[in-house]
Design a protein around this ligand. Structure first.
Ligand code: CAA
Length: 426
């Protein structure tokens, strides 16, 4: 099936996509050993392999800035063509100032660019995408593009059940009305909202609190409701989808999600495939980033898209079903068709590049980097680290309650610092 055969209404979606993976990872079997847990509980029971860990000079802003820098370079978009920047994140660095505004300065965007953050647990990325698509389709965009950034650190207490599912990373997407990567259905909306205490993070905490087993039930309820709603609206059935992409807090969750849909759709009798064949064909190829990086909250479904696009033989006109879940809770099922440029993003999203350059760390380093992460949330903790080709954006720390970053300017070789009070141009 080619182009937009599935959707004959106005459409918008992803024109370009890029992912950032932090410099370090900690292997899940090492964590199991230290915690005295059977390794297979983490590797088979949860399906985890590695977790991304931030360096002391990285944070959600530096990850986002690097992903966005890559996106601008690879897509060839000129900065005056970016009219809107929306960041979705669970890991905001300030209760008031948006990450988007830091990025606006670091990437040297035009003044006339709408910039804001959305917070809604892991659903914030999808909310940002919906918002950016709506903006791109209004006359006010004047043909300019939006950028959506998702950036997060999934962080739980040491030794807690959530610890093996931690991760970190960022995605950047160019959003417009000529979606060469993925055209999204703008005519149907299958959402589900339900107030639940399954996972939350009070403003005074760095680590999330989670009611683990209950959270799985909340997720599956959101999936059941939105799947049924979308199916009834569009008549698309499981067999119509080339791939199903699920929010993936840990890879086994995608297996549980697939299991639910497989049963709802009538199992082997109706689908002519065993559950394993169906999972291996429609879901497994979407899980590479989740296995390698851990939970990346708002980036999860976009990392699933990069996993497909980066490593698999994608063709225009493939139908993807995408389920997004944010604790608290908000769920959405949306579908999209791959566009004419999808193949050109194979090996170009950054996923294999960043995975190949990162380094394994020991348990001692893992604990040290966590301690640094906690410290960096406090005033007065300051590191000296120069930006480089490998790490173009550096988080220095907080001084006088101002968050400081160092980076190489986009239009010169000058190293700049952001976060100080700057003179206005008038
Ligand atoms: N070998 C193989 N498998 C084993 C095993 C062994 N030796 N020991 C246990 N297992 C299996 C268990 O049978 C279980 O599998 P099933 O669920 O298929 O039965 C699996 O390993 C996990 O075991 P437990 O349920 O006993 O694990 P736990 O209670 O220690 O923690 C968890 C599991 C609740 C998911 C925990 O990791 C957690 O709290 N995670 C964070 C919350 C989360 O990710 N929730 C997901 C939905 S909410 C959401 O999606 C938003 C978000 O991003 C956070």
């Amino acid at each position: 099936m080619s182009g937009n055969t599935y959707f004959n209404h106005a459409y918008a979606g992803i024109e370009a996509i890029s992912i950032f993976v932090p410099n370090h990872y900690f292997p899940i079997e090492d964590l199991a050993r230290v915690r005295g847990v059977d390794e297979e509980k983490f590797t088979i029971g949860l399906g985890c392999k590695k977790m991304s860990v931030l360096s002391p000079f990285e944070d959600p802003v530096t990850m986002a800035a690097t992903a966005m820098k890559d996106l601008i370079r690879k897509s060839g978009i000129s900065k005056d063509q970016i009219g809107c920047l929306v960041v979705g994140s669970e890991s905001g660095v300030d209760e008031s100032k948006p990450i988007a505004v830091y990025l606006h300065e670091m990437l040297g965007l035009e003044d006339n660019c709408r910039c804001f953050d959305i917070k809604n647990a892991c659903y914030a990325g999808t909310a940002a995408l919906r918002s950016a698509m709506s903006w791109a389709m209004t006359p006010a965009s004047k043909g300019r593009k939006a950028v959506v950034i998702t950036t997060d650190v999934a962080y739980y207490d040491l030794g807690s059940p959530g610890e093996p599912t931690q991760g970190a990373g960022a995605c950047a997407m160019l959003i417009g009305t000529d979606p060469g990567v993925l055209s999204l259905d703008t005519a149907n909306e299958a959402v589900h909202t339900n107030e639940v205490m399954d996972f939350w993070r009070p403003a005074y905490r760095n680590s999330a609190i989670v009611n683990g087993h209950y959270s799985l039930e909340c997720y599956l309820e959101g999936l059941r409701k939105t799947w049924s709603l979308y199916r009834d609206m569009t008549s698309y059935r499981m067999k119509d989808y080339d791939y199903l992409l699920f929010h993936t807090p840990f890879p086994k969750m995608a297996w549980k999600a697939h299991n639910l849909i497989y049963k709802l759709e009538g199992g082997f009798k109706a689908l002519g495939m065993t559950e394993e064949e169906s999972f291996n064909t429609k879901v497994l190829p979407t899980l590479k980033a989740a296995q390698e990086m851990g939970n990346i909250y708002t980036s999860s479904i976009f990392a699933a898209i990069t996993s497909l696009v980066e490593f698999h033989d994608m063709k225009p006109g493939m139908l993807l079903g995408v389920f997004s879940y944010g604790s608290g809770s908000s769920s959405e099922f949306i579908s999209g068709t791959t566009g004419k440029a999808v193949k050109s993003w194979a090996n170009r999203t950054g996923l294999s590049h960043y995975l190949s350059r990162r380094r394994k760390i020991s348990y001692d380093d893992y604990v040290l980097y966590r301690a640094a992460y906690e410290q960096r949330m406090k005033d007065g903790y300051f590191v000296n680290h120069e930006p480089s080709d490998e790490n173009p954006f550096v988080y220095l720390g907080i001084k006088n309650h101002k968050r400081l970053y160092s980076y190489t300017a986009q239009d010169s070789e000058d190293v700049k610092t952001i976060g100080l009070t700057k003179p206005l141009q008038g």
